[in-house]
Design a protein. Structure first.
Lengths: 582, 427
């Protein structure tokens, strides 16, 4: 096995890794700005300088030459090397800032250079708290600056596009953003303009930066030069809690982080998962924070006299539910599952239907033909279409579902969180004489047409799993508290950073932004209890998934533990299709 | 090399009227080398061998053996390979290639064709700086003549060797004279130097094998083919053979481009070739090879000759052999500020040390020039040059740092005289 010595420690390596990536993979550190593992290597920030040497071999025997102490004779490269761009080779000897004064000095010099024209406005900069430049300057930078002349001034507050704002003075010209639009999103909308210390990234004259992936450049930017028009100045990073989750705005199931403060999701950023979205996500997925914060259904509603909905207590709503159910025959009830709801929620609906004799739930996929781009945006507008197929729900196209309600003597329809009226699958007049019971997260025409509305938790409030278009099952974590959950008691919930007194920043929350809703498993357990069924899951979604893993063949053995360990599990969707054809 | 140079007959720019016309060039033995090379006596590898033996050291400044460079090209694989001719010539004080474009374009064209044959290139690009618009037109005309005579194009002179030849105009960036950023510019991109390795011979224009040569380097090739490597190595200094186009500018009586063997004593060049310092003034300083080469003091030039070894000993470099001569009235602070201004203006901005360092150098020098500097600023400048040197992708940072370091070290008294008295001294 080829070997490399880093700061005197021996490491073995395989293949042809780049030195910086290899160092990072070992859990060691070398400061860097421009390098990104999923893009080309321009080696332009010059921050990751290390000292590199090769052992001298005897030309004839191929043996290492040894000095008088029996150590290998090392031939050092005449200049320091950027570790990002150099290949690790057998026998290579590397000295990082940990063991070499010259390297330490070079990194410090480079940070001094970067900072001479960089505005020192960290107190008002959005990047502060998660800024590689800030962090690395504290770690490796000079104590002060010897720059006493005037800084270069460049455009500030440039609206590059609808979602991205540029502060050119903060830019350190790492070219991550321009490489992103060239190599990943391939729209080529950004380029570096001007030369030397007056250069900065910009669009071509008259063009706007409306790349559907434009906000990834904000994440990539190692300083506060590119900021999100939506998020800037809304919160300091250290005041927010970061919770892993899944993008529910399309079928790809991009892995994301939800950033919450006071139970509002303030921003959404992609989370690295090489099997799904690498480091990226579409801009549309980042706007989902509005779904979690705004227009939420809070407390159940009951329609009085067939006219207007009024808020009701949970007890009253459950009694009303039982009244509706008991006034019709079981076969007159139609269950509609949802590709927008999780595997667990749909499973429980199916289970309830089976126990009560209401039949298997139906569903309609939510497709928007032609909107996919073959990358991270899919035609499928729902996060879990594959999941409910695997659960065995009955698939309908749009017309079939409406016909099923109007033709076959259905007098009560129960819809699980799918805005079917809003997406023109069903019409309001279908429910003139038919009772509609809606379990949902957000207010919409469908919920407003319902005779009974139960608020349920959204993906930001519960742990539940979703199967993406490629058949990968992944799960969310609760990020926001509801009226009935508590960050201190729920071990799945993330905790805030500590302030300087050792108090967590998320101590300072109010009741204002907590939604009065229940997870579907808790709600169905309450309903079940009222109707004499024992369908209680004390461990919530985790326990539901364990049961699904035991009972539904496609999900055999799937558990939260395995999903967490392997950042999602690829289910075998193809063989399932083959089976159903046979 | 005392005074042999006085008998030297120019070979690159011989004194022949209208040599730029292809008929005149043909009458004077033009394209014979190309015909010979395409004949049965030569093979691509024997051409490379001969050029390597001649030790034509690259005239663009780095001084790398041209034949050796050619031999780095991988074996032909039927796909495109390129020769890129670097006529960007943007180093201040350098104007030698212009002379070739104007007076002997076909010598260069012939040399480029021979090089393309030796390396089996399919296309030749001639990159000329945009400011040379007239010379670009001259080269276009010369290339058209060569096309018309069948020296360029399909099956040149009945052989199975075919090559195309294009001119490409720069757009005013010094950095595009750096070989890899010239490739980026040729590809239609922003002129950012590339990280090496991979070297252009492996991964050049559009990812294909590419060799980059200076115009003057290529112009020497037909002479080597016609007269042999031994003839070439007998001219001038042993380690840097051949004739050189010396571009002499500044405060001399007869500035201009002079073709002489390498290794001419620098004082002979100034006093005899260029007619001495203007108005009988004393010589103060000389930049020997374009603005990035360290300046030499006029009182330390005795015995220094224009070849790489002697200049290295004297503390400078041959560079492009563009001499800038300065007389006793020259303000070295001004000179250095102007040079620093140039590099600040021309830094491409890719690497941090160069992008930030060049601006810092200029701003501090401006402060000193305006009499607002302090002596500690001089030490700061020297520190900044150390921080820049050797830490960037291309050599522009070095080119910006060297003049600052060496000018301050060699003329420190002048800089100190311009600085404010230290506050400690007055207290």
């Amino acid at each position: 096995m080829p070997e490399v010595y880093i700061d005197g420690e021996r490491y073995e390596f395989e293949g042809k890794p780049k030195l910086l990536q290899f160092i990072l993979d070992q859990g060691l550190e070398v400061p860097y700005f421009c390098y990104h593992p999923s893009m080309s290597i321009p080696a332009n920030c010059r921050q990751c300088m290390v000292k590199v040497g090769q052992p001298v071999r005897d030309r004839e025997t191929g043996e290492f030459e040894l000095d008088e102490n029996g150590d290998r004779v090392i031939r050092w490269f005449p200049k320091l090397q950027t570790s990002c761009s150099i290949d690790v080779t057998d026998g290579m000897v590397v000295k990082t800032q940990e063991s070499d004064e010259l390297v330490r000095r070079a990194q410090k010099d480079n940070l001094e250079f970067i900072l001479i024209n960089h505005p020192l406005d960290c107190p008002i900069c959005d990047q502060a708290g998660e800024c590689p430049l800030q962090i690395q300057t504290y770690k490796y930078g000079p104590e002060g600056s010897r720059f006493e002349v005037k800084k270069v001034h460049k455009p500030k507050r440039v609206q590059l596009g609808p979602r991205v704002v540029l502060d050119a003075e903060r830019c350190i010209n790492c070219t991550r953003c321009t490489r992103f639009v060239d190599e990943v999103s391939k729209t080529h909308q950004l380029t570096i303009t001007k030369r030397g210390d007056s250069n900065y990234p910009i669009t071509a004259p008259g063009e706007t930066f409306d790349d559907p992936y434009s906000l990834n450049t904000v994440d990539l930017c190692p300083v506060g030069a590119l900021t999100s028009a939506d998020f800037r100045f809304r919160a300091r990073v250290w005041e927010m809690n970061q919770t892993p989750s899944i993008d529910i705005t399309n079928g790809k199931g991009c892995n994301i982080d939800l950033w919450t403060r006071d139970n509002l999701v303030l921003r959404i950023t992609p989370r690295h998962n090489p099997h799904v979205n690498d480091w990226w996500m579409p801009d549309k997925g980042r706007e989902a924070n509005r779904l979690f914060n705004e227009n939420r259904i809070s407390r159940p509603s009951v329609k009085i006299d067939g006219e207007s909905q009024v808020k009701s207590s949970w007890n009253n709503a459950i009694e009303t539910f039982v009244e509706h159910i008991e006034s019709v025959k079981p076969e007159e009830i139609l269950l509609i599952g949802s590709p927008h709801a999780s595997v667990e929620e749909n499973y429980l609906l199916t289970k309830l239907g089976n126990l009560m004799g209401w039949g298997t739930p139906h569903f309609t996929p939510h497709l928007n033909e032609g909107s996919g781009d073959g990358f991270l945006i899919t035609d499928d507008q729902a996060p879990n279409t594959q999941g409910i197929r695997l659960l065995g729900l009955s698939e309908n196209d749009n017309d079939q579902l409406a016909k099923r309600i109007s033709d076959s003597g259905i007098s009560c329809v129960i819809i699980l969180n799918d805005a079917l009226i809003d997406r023109n699958v069903l019409t309001e007049d279908l429910f003139d004489d038919t009772c509609l019971i809606y379990f949902g997260t957000n207010e919409n025409k469908t919920s407003q047409s319902a005779d009974l509305v139960f608020p349920i938790t959204c993906v930001a409030e519960h742990a539940a799993s979703y199967v993406n278009v490629d058949g990968r099952i992944q799960r969310s974590f609760p990020a926001k508290e509801t009226k009935y959950s508590n960050r201190r008691l729920n071990l799945e919930m993330s905790e805030g950073r500590l302030d300087r007194y050792g108090t967590k920043f998320d101590n300072w929350v109010t009741e204002d932004n907590k939604v009065d809703c229940l997870p579907a498993w808790d709600l169905f357990a309450l309903i079940g209890m009222r109707m004499g069924l024992d369908i209680e899951y004390e461990m919530g979604g985790r326990e539901v998934m364990d049961e699904i893993g035991r009972k539904v063949p496609s999900f055999e053995g799937v558990s939260y533990e395995q999903m967490d360990d392997e950042s999602g599990i690829a289910l075998n969707i193809d063989s399932k299709k083959v089976k159903s054809k046979n | 090399m005392a005074s042999e140079w006085k008998n030297f007959e120019p070979v690159l720019i011989p004194d022949i009227a209208n040599l730029r016309n292809i008929d005149v060039y043909l009458d004077n033995g033009g394209y014979e080398a190309l015909k010979a090379v395409l004949g049965s006596e030569w093979t691509p590898s024997s051409v490379i061998g001969e050029v390597k033996a001649a030790n034509i050291r690259g005239r663009g400044g780095a001084g790398f053996n041209a034949g050796l460079k050619w031999s780095f090209m991988p074996e032909p694989d039927g796909k495109p390979r390129y020769l890129a001719c670097n006529g960007d010539e943007s180093e201040p004080g350098t104007f030698k290639d212009r002379k070739l474009f104007e007076f002997n374009p076909h010598l260069f064209i012939e040399g480029a064709l021979i090089a393309a044959y030796a390396m089996q290139c399919t296309t030749i690009y001639l990159y000329i700086r945009g400011e040379y618009i007239d010379w670009i037109h001259m080269m276009d005309r010369a290339l058209q003549q060569a096309y018309d005579k069948g020296f360029i194009g399909e099956n040149i002179l009945g052989s199975d060797f075919s090559v195309d030849f294009y001119t490409h105009s720069g757009a005013g960036a010094y950095i595009c004279g750096e070989e890899t950023s010239m490739l980026e510019s040729l590809e239609g991109k922003r002129g950012y130097p590339r990280v090496k390795p991979p070297f252009p011979a492996q991964n050049g224009l559009w990812g294909r094998p590419t060799t980059i040569n200076n115009i003057e380097t290529l112009a020497n090739v037909p002479l080597v083919i016609n007269k042999g490597a031994d003839w070439f190595t007998s001219i001038g200094a042993r380690n840097h053979p051949g004739s050189i186009l010396y571009g002499i500018s500044g405060q001399v009586n007869r500035p201009g481009v002079y073709e002489l063997p390498s290794g001419v004593p620098i004082l002979d060049l100034i006093h005899e070739v260029a007619g001495g310092v203007r108005n009988g003034k004393k010589l103060k300083a000389v930049i020997p090879g374009g603005s990035s080469t360290p300046v030499l003091r006029g009182d330390k030039l005795e015995g220094v000759t224009m070849d790489s070894d002697s200049l290295r000993e004297a503390g400078s470099m041959l560079g492009t052999a563009g001499l800038v001569v300065m007389d006793e009235d020259t303000d070295m602070v001004d000179v250095l500020w102007r040079i620093a201004h140039f590099y600040h203006h021309e830094s491409c901005g890719q690497c941090t040390p160069c992008r930030e360092g060049t601006g810092w150098l200029e701003k501090v020098l401006l402060k000193i020039k305006n009499g607002e500097g302090e002596i500690r600023d001089l030490d700061l400048l020297l520190d900044v040059t150390t921080q820049m040197e050797g830490r960037t992708i291309c050599a522009l940072a070095d080119a910006a740092a060297w003049p600052v370091r060496h000018t301050i070290n060699r003329f420190r008294d002048e800089f100190e005289a311009r600085c404010k008295r230290s506050t400690f001294a007055t207290a």
